[in-house]
Design a binder for this molecule. Structure first.
Ligand SMILES: [Zn+2]
Length: 483
């Protein structure tokens, strides 16, 4: 969909990331809501029963500060939790404990690049709240006879990472979320799984005439559960809003849901304003003083972040900025790359394998690299077979796919080593004889002193053997026979 040049696109993102903790935000219940039966992980606190009192999960606070520091935020000394009041069936208390005016962090930024150009998006804040339960409708929501509620997810710690409206296209928004996801994975606070909703993204999209300082009416788009969906939804919304403005219509501030199957956004409700939530300080929790010592301790425990790792990959391994960006966009992929190189494979070759054939197969299967049966040691051995001339690049590609599909890649690799290399004298001699018989002219040329002719003959032998002949031994055999 073409973006009209007379409007400027303004996008801000709200990313919700479940914090990887063992227990919930304000009680001791397990956070494992995916594999337990409905409502198994509940207690009076997360069910909101009268008289129950919440207790703050220190690990969740630490993870939030950790995230905020990785996003270059300031960490205020004082913070508090607030009640956000609204009624919804998956919210047992009738309010959500969140943060309002004194969150754990503010004023950060995230750097990323789009097609090689550097961009920076401001981070308004990273705050902490509790997740809601989940409604299960029997069939489609419109026709469902009943809805069931599962409170296993209610009270799971949830970080909200709010960006400034600094993004100017769907490409930038997608890149921002990819970078953010990588950072969350690197620092170990979230698993980055968008499909199961452990990382969720809402986009605020508006348009304004080029040159106008004031923002246009913003529309919030929800329900995007992949990078592709984020990109498509924003593109769709830009197109829809352009059309409304072009035809003299007015946009209303509303929430729209992305329907991935139909490829469009659908109005859900007109947007409520912050005051509708009647925020007030959570009376059951004390305000928090975040000591500078604690912040310093968390800061010093931060690992190497994606941006730093990318720079290191460029300088230490001689990779292109583009390859380094892709490799470091996922922590497991970066680790896989480094392990394969550590085993002795050349960096450039490893990067090529991971970013081409390997990624293509993984993407088709919706798999992460650490789930693949091909381990760094297998890839290293395969690359070694190519580099030492034992197998051709074409054979390696074919075998890689076989290795990838097999539960254990070792046999395919062993078979390749055994069957591939034609080094046996009898077999090589037969190939050499066939080449000589079929190329009398080149043989004569070589005898007359043309070295190029020998190269051609070797090439013919490689062809006959489908790339399986050992080129050095084939050459020796040809020289021997032509003498
Ligand atoms: Zn509980």
């Amino acid at each position: 969909m073409a973006v009209a040049t007379r409007y400027e696109v303004v996008v801000g993102l709200e990313v919700h990331a479940q914090v990887l903790t063992q227990s919930k935000m304000f009680c001791g219940c397990s956070t494992d809501y995916l594999t337990t039966p409905p409502n198994a992980n509940t207690c009076p606190v997360c069910l909101g029963l009268p008289g129950s009192l919440p207790v703050i999960n220190r690990r969740a606070v630490e993870a939030t500060i950790r995230t905020a520091l990785a996003l270059n935020c300031e960490i205020p000394e004082f913070s508090k939790f607030d009640r956000k009041n609204y009624f919804y069936p998956d919210l047992p208390k009738g309010y959500q404990i969140s943060q309002y005016d004194l969150p754990f962090s503010r004023n950060g930024h995230l750097d990323f690049d789009v097609k090689g150009e550097a961009r920076r998006c401001g981070i308004t804040r990273v705050h902490l709240e509790e997740d809601t339960g989940k409604l299960q409708h029997a069939g489609a929501i419109e026709e469902s006879q009943s809805s069931l509620v599962d409170f296993n997810r209610a009270g799971v710690p949830l970080m909200e990472i709010v960006s400034e409206p600094d993004l100017r296209s769907a490409d930038e928004a997608r890149e921002y979320v990819m970078r953010l996801r990588a950072i969350l994975q690197y620092i170990g606070v979230n698993n980055g799984d968008m499909e199961s909703g452990q990382l969720r993204c809402d986009a605020n999209v508006s348009l304004r005439p080029v040159g106008q300082a004031e923002f246009g009416t913003k529309v919030e788009v929800k329900n995007m559960n992949s990078f592709r969906a984020i990109h498509r939804a924003i593109e769709y919304e830009i197109g829809r809003q352009t059309e409304v403005l072009d035809t003299g219509g007015r946009l209303v501030q509303e929430t729209r849901g992305w329907n991935d199957a139909r490829g469009l956004t659908v109005s859900q409700r007109t947007k409520e304003f912050a005051e509708d939530y009647r925020y007030f300080p959570e009376p059951d929790l004390p305000p928090l003083e975040v000591s500078r010592e604690w912040v310093a301790e968390i800061r010093s425990s931060l690992p190497e972040l994606p941006a730093a790792r990318r720079e290191r990959f460029i300088t230490a391994y001689g990779l292109t900025p583009y390859d380094a960006s892709l490799l470091t966009s996922s922590k497991p992929m970066a680790a896989y790359f480094e392990e394969t190189v550590r085993l002795g494979a050349p960096a450039k070759a490893v990067a090529n394998w991971i970013l081409s054939d390997f990624s293509r197969l993984l993407n088709a299967d919706h798999k992460e690299i650490e789930e693949a049966s091909v381990k760094p040691t297998h890839l290293q051995q395969l690359i070694e077979l190519i580099d030492s001339g034992v197998i051709s690049g074409k054979m390696a590609k074919e075998t890689f796919e076989v290795m990838y599909r097999a539960p254990d890649p070792a046999p395919a690799l062993t078979a390749l080593k055994g069957s591939s290399q034609i080094s046996g004298d009898a077999e090589l001699e037969a190939i050499a004889e066939q080449v000589i018989a079929e190329n009398a002219k080149s043989v004569a040329d070589f005898k007359a002193g043309k070295q190029q002719a020998l190269k051609f003959l070797i090439g013919q032998g490689m062809k006959i053997s489908k790339g399986r002949a050992n080129p050095q031994r084939l050459e020796a055999s040809l020289r021997e026979k032509i003498k």
